[in-house]
Ligand binder design. Structure first.
Ligand code: SF4
Ligand code: ZN
Length: 728
């Protein structure tokens, strides 16, 4: 490493360590040593410290322990004029700097200034980690850019952010240049910040950059099954699997050098717009560590090239930008040019398979008013009918493709879409219409994206869009009949009615031993893959992560074990998992990665189980919050007594049927209960229970917070679990 960088990084680390010491002294004086310390809603304490040192910081006193570690890591100062051949001292200084930064930020949560204020978001909680983490898993987010400092002007900042968004990257922002920050520049440029748009303003100080590294360190723990304290594996995991880089905008200070050295430990290279010494590959990264003096016009491309990211930009021929980063954009009422549906006008969308001769590829027609014939604020009816053909297309794939409309349309900048089937709600923003976006472009998007994502099954696509009330109402009748027929077909499909299940190993990039076995009655635990999705995905990519598994001879029908399924699991988990029960959470339960929508956990004294969804952040009766539970269940292990699963699976006839099914549910958050109430009632009725009554017998956070309270509530309610056989 260059001497200049080494000496600056070491100076910066000392400087940060001193600040941490001063902050800590202040905290001890004001709050005392026993005061609890935390980043909100996380099971990973102060994540860089936790993952690298294995120290669970939960009190102020614990931070003092870390200070001792920091002092031990800080190398002696080096002279700029003396050649140092090794990266070592600067890398150690970098790690020490990150620990110090985490202490500084944690102290801010106690004595201020509050890291969460104004536009600043502070630490990412575990809900965000899991929600966003899955995008790194499935490739919809190729990586992240940690940007420190500010661009020379607002327009340059906007251009850089837009380029990152178009490439689907997350942008984590911290630090200032001459009092200005990139985040503030973007706000000034009228850009929406937040996790939804992938432009994340962590904080104004450089110390907030540690939140980006905390996110990366937790990804390794949460999805990669790396143990806390195993810094070596954590760093290797990040180097190999988390495609991130640091972009330094503006004068690089000693503290920046120190933070950059910390990031280089993770294998994240640093690309700067200023003239700082470059560092060539020497082992930690297989690419340059530091690349300098890059002009702003090409800095995003340079970062991607240096980090070796493979990024595909969808080329959809519309007058606005298009990328997954725009999916989370909102369009407020006063920003909207025209809207459709949302209970205001009739609206629906439908995808139909037709004979090849009936489809003219690329044809988009609009019947009824276009944007140029309505005023700002207009409401129009809408029918979007996509007609596709293809030799490998099947009518079973219609709903699979149709469900993608939501994502496809949302990914256009300035266009917003919600819902599906006949409950859609679509808005075109004023800016988008000003840029030339027309209703017909919705068809252009669907045509382009269906070809882009489903080329293996779709040969031709034409789109008809209707905006006249009479026609929309008439066509909606036809659509409703199709939806009803599809529902009936799905309801008929059972695990017994098929001889093939589908695997999903998409999450193995993060949880190497995890395999989802997707059956008609048990969807993937992330909720994103049903059996039909698995089948369609296999047709589309025969060598992809969704493989057919023929069941083979049953090993145990009650548990849901089959010979071939076990064989598959065994080989797909590299021999780590020998057998798996599709219907039990006690005997050989399915593994979990980290993406589950819900977790079911045994509550031994109730003879039943609790279910908690990721939306619920409070304490649960098993004594753990969702985030802590998730750490216990995830990582690709089998954990008897716990399973991660989708919401959809709860109301399945096969939901832990080996243990008696939904009758075991004794507690769930009120909101989750409300969300799946209708399905739950129907399923309970099918099982011969009084469904309406059963739902009221399940305890929730309004009447039971501890396991003892759950026992009291369900005893008083006469819950069926009380009289069932023991769960073991
Ligand atoms: Fe991951 Fe399972 Fe969802 Fe596939 S189905 S993406 S393996 S959670
Ligand atoms: Zn997963």
């Amino acid at each position: 490493m260059s001497r200049i960088i080494a000496s600056a990084a070491i100076r910066g680390a000392y400087d940060l360590a001193n600040e941490a010491r001063e902050m800590l002294a202040k905290v001890i004086e004001e709050k005392g040593k026993d005061c609890p310390v935390e980043f909100p809603n996380t099971a990973y304490c102060l994540p860089v410290i936790y993952s690298m040192l294995g120290i669970e910081v939960s009190t102020v006193a614990d931070m003092e322990t870390v200070l001792v570690e920091i002092d031990g890591l800080l190398p002696p100062h080096v002279d700029e004029n003396v050649w140092t051949p090794y990266l070592g001292p600067a890398l150690d200084a970098g790690m020490a700097a990150l620990f110090a930064e985490e202490i500084i930020e944690a102290c801010k949560y106690l004595v201020g200034p509050d890291p969460v204020s104004g536009i600043w978001l502070g630490a990412a909680d575990d809900l965000i980690l899991r929600e966003r983490g899955i995008q790194f898993v499935d490739g919809s987010a190729p990586g992240f850019a940690a940007i420190v400092g500010a661009a020379p002007d607002v327009q340059t900042a906007v251009d850089i952010a837009l380029k990152c968004q178009e490439r689907s990257l997350y942008v984590f922002m911290a630090g200032e240049t001459n009092g200005t920050t990139m985040s503030e520049q973007l706000v000034e440029g009228g850009i929406q910040l937040g996790w939804e748009t992938r432009l994340v303003p962590f904080g104004k100080d450089i110390t907030a950059a540690v939140y980006a590294l905390g996110f990366a360190a937790r990804a390794a723990l949460s999805f990669g099954g790396v143990q806390c304290g195993d810094f070596h594996r954590n760093l290797i995991y990040n180097k190999d699997r988390v495609f991130a880089f640091v972009m330094a905008l503006g004068e690089v200070t000693d503290r920046w050098y120190a933070t950059a050295a910390g990031a280089i430990n993770f294998g994240f290279p640093v690309i700067a717009d200023t003239d700082i010494p470059e560092i060539l590959p020497t082992g930690v990264c297989t690419y340059e560590h530091v690349v300098s003096n890059i002009p702003h016009e090409s800095i995003v491309e340079k970062c991607i090239e240096v980090r070796g990211l493979k990024i595909k930009i969808s080329e959809i021929d519309i007058p606005v930008a298009y990328s997954p980063a725009f999916e989370g954009e909102r369009i407020r009422k006063d920003e909207m040019y025209v809207e459709f549906g949302g209970q205001r006008t009739p609206a629906f969308e439908l995808l139909k398979m037709l004979d090849n001769s009936e489809v003219e590829d690329g044809k988009v027609e609009v019947f009824g008013p276009e944007v140029d014939s309505v005023e700002v604020g207009a409401k129009l009816p809408l029918a979007i009918v996509a007609e596709v053909s293809g030799r490998k297309m099947q009518s079973d794939f219609e709903p699979v493709l149709e469900r993608q409309f939501h994502t496809f349309i949302n990914e256009a900048s300035g266009i917003w879409h919600m819902g599906q089937r006949d409950i859609i709600w679509v808005r075109l923003g004023i800016e988008a219409v000003k840029a030339g976006f027309k209703i017909a472009h919705l068809g252009t998007i669907l045509h382009g994206m269906l070809h882009d994502q489903y080329s293996a099954i779709v040969d031709k696509v034409q789109v008809k869009i209707y905006t006249g009330e009479e026609e929309v109402l008439k066509l909606r009748e036809e659509a409703l009949a199709i939806y009803t027929a599809r529902n009936a077909r799905l309801a008929d499909m059972t695990d017994e009615s098929v001889d093939t299940f589908y695997s999903c190993t998409l999450c193995q990039s993060f949880a190497p031993t995890h395999v989802c076995v997707i059956t008609p009655e048990r969807s993937g635990l992330c909720g994103a893959y049903t059996w039909l999705d698995g089948r369609a995905a296999f047709e589309i990519t025969p060598t992809g992560p969704n493989q057919p598994i023929s069941k083979g001879a049953p090993v145990d029908n009650k548990l849901g074990q089959w010979e071939k399924v076990n064989e598959f699991i065994n080989s797909a988990s590299q021999g780590k998992i020998e057998k798996m029960s599709a219907y039990s959470m006690i005997e050989d339960p399915m593994t979990s990665c980290g993406c589950f929508e819900c977790i079911s956990a045994l509550l031994p004294s109730t003879n039943g189980i609790m279910i908690v969804g990721r939306e619920f952040a409070d304490m649960t009766p098993c004594g753990m919050k969702f985030s802590t539970l998730a750490g216990t269940v995830g990582g690709g292990n089998q954990v008897p007594g716990f399973i991660g699963h989708s919401k959809y699976y709860i109301a399945s006839k096969k939901f832990i049927s080996a243990e008696g099914g939904i009758q075991r549910i004794v507690w769930m958050p009120a909101a989750l209960k409300e969300e799946i109430k209708d399905e739950l009632i129907a399923k309970a009725n099918e099982m011969g229970l009084d469904g309406e009554k059963f739902v009221t017998q399940i305890a929730d956070e309004t009447n039971a917070v501890t396991e003892e309270e759950v026992v009291e509530v369900i005893s008083a309610n006469g819950h069926p679990a009380m009289t069932m056989d023991s769960m073991f």
